[in-house]
Design a protein around this ligand. Structure first.
Ligand SMILES: [Zn+2]
Length: 288
């Protein structure tokens, strides 16, 4: 693993590599951030799929605010919380943005603050992306099928009840990461319907409550008396619903295979699997 990157027409530049570059480089996209940092996104083609982990779990994920992701694999529940340093960066960002909003437009201090806010913003984005990449990699390595809720609508409903959280942005990004990583190993992402009552349904007997307010973290089913942890129960219901959808599609969920593209062309920035089974992956490299 080196610390420089050779770019056609430009030459060799110093770079911080976030992971080793493997295979044949197809395209390199250079971008510049508001804080004058340069990023190179490297698209590579790698032969074969020998390195793909064979995890074959089917997991349901409930995406929350207190914990970022609650994962149920049919036997046990695992909660993944937002990393602490991310929360610290987010608080810092909110403070700087507030200060920036009070500045008079066009003054010297506005420009200074603009850059400062952009800098903190970038740090938040970087550490969030890092967290989401690691978590999605771990889950995809262990699983064949991952079931999530359709996020757009759920996010809006939650926003009305709770103050706008930066996590909202993270959910969409996380689902994207899961999707392309699963496709690279012939796995599948299943999105379930927006009106599915994942929290209000008893995962033991199927009884649906009339209401379950957000402050209730644990409850007992009035029908079968099972005691539920709110989030674990929701994740288990999401998993069950995903399996139901897959069976209705007429396929065995475990052998469901994503569509393969007909061309060898790597698609900009996203991972795809072509006919020969080659994997195109994006390696993010950063020059400081
Ligand atoms: Zn019940």
């Amino acid at each position: 693993m080196g610390n420089c990157l050779e770019i056609p027409k430009i030459g060799v530049v110093k770079a911080v590599l976030h992971r080793p570059i493997e295979g044949q480089i197809k395209t390199v996209t250079i971008s510049k951030t508001p804080t004058d940092k340069y990023f190179a996104s490297v698209l590579c083609e790698v032969d074969g799929d020998a390195d793909q982990p064979k995890g074959d779990k089917i997991v349901g994920i409930d995406l929350g605010l207190k914990d970022f992701a609650i994962v149920h694999d049919g036997e046990q529940v695992t909660k993944h919380s937002n990393p602490k340093h991310l929360k610290r960066h987010e608080k810092n960002l909110a403070r700087k943005q507030k200060k920036f909003a009070r500045k008079v437009k066009g003054s010297n201090s506005t420009n200074k603050y603009k850059k400062l806010v952009a800098k903190v913003h970038e740090r938040v984005l970087n550490s969030r992306q890092d967290f989401l990449h690691k978590l999605s990699r771990k889950l995809v390595d262990e699983s064949k099928v991952i079931v999530v809720e359709n996020l757009n609508v759920k996010g809006m409903v939650r926003n009305r009840k709770l103050s706008k959280s930066i996590s909202d942005v993270g959910w969409g990004m996380f689902v994207n990461f899961l999707d392309y990583k699963l496709k690279a190993k012939d796995g599948q992402l299943v999105k379930i319907g927006r009106f599915f009552p994942s929290s209000k349904t008893c995962s033991s007997c199927g009884h649906v409550l009339d209401e379950l307010t957000l402050d209730i973290r644990e409850w007992d089913c009035p029908n079968c008396k099972t005691h539920h942890d709110r989030d674990g129960n929701a994740a288990l219901n999401i998993r069950k619903e995903g399996i139901r959808i897959l069976s209705n599609d007429g396929g065995n969920p475990v052998i469901a295979v994503p569509r393969r593209s007909k061309t060898n062309k790597p698609k900009g920035g996203k991972a795809s699997v072509d006919d020969a089974g080659s994997l195109h992956c994006t390696v993010l490299s950063q020059c400081r």
